[in-house]
Design a protein around this ligand. Structure first.
Ligand code: ZN
Ligand code: ZN
Length: 596
């Protein structure tokens, strides 16, 4: 192999990239061999790059015939195998080992980014840890930003944010790409849920907003990728003011309002409770792809507009756009939350019949949820038994949730048994079942579940509500007394409770956890986190603005009832986003029509 390349831009070399089939490629390759150019580095790199997507065997045969390949060529082959042949990642690692054992070769900063990217997926993560030691051994301490960015992405994908953050802090002057890496990693992991409809991890989202402020202080200008991460954090936190600011930034700085940014904006507005602005944004986008449609359908879905979601799904198909996994999920979710069982089942059937796609686990999850919520629990259980893959915790949890609502203990117990096997550490599962026992006064069973939780060392996840007042976020836990305005909040709460009683509100004490005495139960109810948030918002915000609350757990029926009443008594619109969906409380009713 020779490095000097006299005619590297020879027309035949340029032809390589245009070959769409292996047959065409072989013809051009043969021509190159006759010119003798095939032994120079640049033409060789083009040969490897162009052959790799077409045939792994062929590209390896070519590579193995190169005499003394350079690290540059190794790097090209490694990265293109990882890009085009994910299931053959082990071959890429084999090539990397050949560099290590070669006496004249040392890996360089271009060797690592693709290897770290491949390590992100489960079976290889240990390999990534080993690779990190190699980076320390072979590269300069403050090496290339791409290596740093790929390393921190690797740790962030593993959920090791402390390490990712440590690595980030080591970088003296992070550039835009590095900032985007850390912001995207945090944002993606915060909103990591199959459907993209449920709440994420608010700590990670807060971190995104915090890091973003730091980034602006360091005078690095954000681009579209940065704003997508920021908007995703805003959606998660319900941080409307920040989200509006990000939208204004896009417009003022002439950033490209592409489909990614558009999708994030629609998602942010609808998850912050502003469905009509979400729709305006959707309507005004210069171009719309499947993701934009899915975000809007999802927006209608969580706000309980099942029919509008379905109409949009129909419109999208008429425009010739193909639905993807997310579209199917959000459309079925829309049906599930308003009881459109037939429509939802039709979408499920169409996945295979019309689009020839094998339904995935999340689609079965939607189907089970659809049937179970509508009270067709037996049918839901049957569908789970017939699934071609092993049902996950989400599926059992929706069955358990529906069994609780419909008071079907037998199915609830079956679901819990599976759930505890899959997720022995999740408190919500036990709480759902114990609430179910409590509802029918089976206190012995409640105690048994309580003991099971204790034996397994599980604590109940605390309810947290976030409320945005004049652009800043306030957080409340159940019975919280940490807020600076605690005194005012509790006296407002007393006033609210008094007025609720006057309006004939009877606390539903069965919603409260088991071992508390009756009187205390009433107390605990009045201190549920969203009540504190509502009380604070009534004191601290303008009367004309709706109160927007984001809660990490489901709203209990008592808080649901009392929020309806508060909306009449205080003439305030209250918008609560709970774990699953939105509740718009206005003039004494809720948009969910008590179906949640
Ligand atoms: Zn409550
Ligand atoms: Zn509701």
């Amino acid at each position: 192999m020779k490095s000097f390349n006299p005619k590297c831009h020879h027309p035949t070399v340029q032809l390589l990239g245009k070959c769409k089939t292996l047959y065409a490629f072989k013809q051009v390759h043969a021509q190159l061999i006759t010119t003798g150019l095939n032994i120079y580095t640049y033409p060789l790199s083009r040969i490897l790059l162009s052959a790799s997507p077409l045939s792994l065997t062929y590209v390896l045969t070519i590579f193995n015939q190169i005499k003394n390949p350079t690290v540059f060529l190794f790097n090209i082959l490694i990265s293109s195998i990882i890009t085009h042949h994910k299931s053959h990642t082990h071959i890429a690692y084999g090539l990397y080992n050949r560099i290590l054992t070669h006496k004249n070769l040392t890996p360089n900063s271009f060797t690592y980014p693709s290897l770290f990217k491949a390590c992100g997926s489960h079976p290889w993560f240990r390999y990534g840890l080993a690779l990190h030691t190699h980076v320390l051994k072979f590269l300069e301490p403050n090496c290339d930003h791409y290596v740093q960015a790929s390393l921190l992405n690797f740790y962030a994908n593993l959920g090791k944010f402390d390490v990712a953050r440590y690595l980030f802090n080591q970088i003296s002057k992070p550039d835009l790409a590095t900032w985007n890496s850390i912001l995207t990693a945090y944002a993606r992991n915060a909103s990591n849920s199959a459907s993209g409809l449920t709440n994420g991890d608010s700590c990670l989202s807060l971190e995104v907003l915090y890091l973003f402020t730091e980034m602006q202080n360091s005078l690095v200008r954000p681009n579209e990728i940065t704003l997508v991460a920021v908007l995703s954090a805003c959606s998660d936190l319900g941080a409307l003011s920040q989200g509006i600011w990000a939208h204004a930034y896009v417009i003022k700085n002439n950033l490209n309002l592409n489909c990614h940014v558009g999708t994030s904006l629609i998602d942010m507005y609808s998850k912050c409770g502003c469905l009509s602005i979400a729709y305006q944004t959707f309507d005004n986008l210069p171009q719309r792809d499947t993701s934009c449609y899915s975000a809007m359908i999802g927006g209608f879905a969580i706000h309980g507009y099942g029919q509008r979601a379905l109409d949009l799904y129909q419109k999208m198909r008429l425009e010739g756009l193909l639905p993807d996994n997310v579209t199917f999920v959000v459309s079925m979710f829309a049906c599930s939350h308003v009881g459109l069982v037939e429509e939802g089942s039709k979408i499920f059937d169409s996945i295979q019949e019309d689009y020839g796609i094998e339904p995935k686990l999340e689609h079965y999850g939607c189907l089970v949820d659809l049937l179970a919520r509508a009270g067709r629990l037996q049918e839901a259980e049957e569908r789970i038994k017939k699934m071609p893959m092993k049902p996950n915790a989400i599926i059992w949890r929706s069955l358990l949730g529906a069994a609780r609502v419909h008071g079907n203990l037998a199915i609830g117990e079956v679901a819990l048994k599976h759930l505890i096997e899959l997720e022995p550490e999740t408190s919500g599962n036990y709480v759902l079942l114990s609430n179910m026992y409590a509802k029918i006064n089976r206190w012995e069973d409640v105690k048994r579940v309580r003991k099971l939780m204790k034996d397994n060392g599980i604590n109940k996840m605390p309810g947290i509500s976030l409320v945005e007042i004049n652009g800043s976020m306030h957080e409340f836990l159940i019975g919280d007394k940490a807020h600076p305005s605690t005194k005012e909040i509790y006296s407002k709460l007393e006033e609210i409770n008094q007025r609720l009683l006057e309006h004939g509100h009877k606390p539903r004490t069965k919603e409260v956890l088991f071992d508390i005495e009756e009187e205390e139960k009433e107390d605990a109810l009045s201190y549920h986190s969203e009540r504190l948030a509502i009380a604070f918002a009534l004191i601290a915000s303008e009367a004309s603005i709706p109160i927007r609350i984001i809660k990490n757990l489901r709203v209990c029926s008592d808080c649901h009832d009392s929020s309806k009443l508060v909306s009449v008594i205080y003439q305030r619109e209250i918008i609560v986003r709970d774990r699953n969906r939105f509740h718009h409380f206005k003039d004494g009713t809720c948009s969910c029509l008590d179906y949640w």
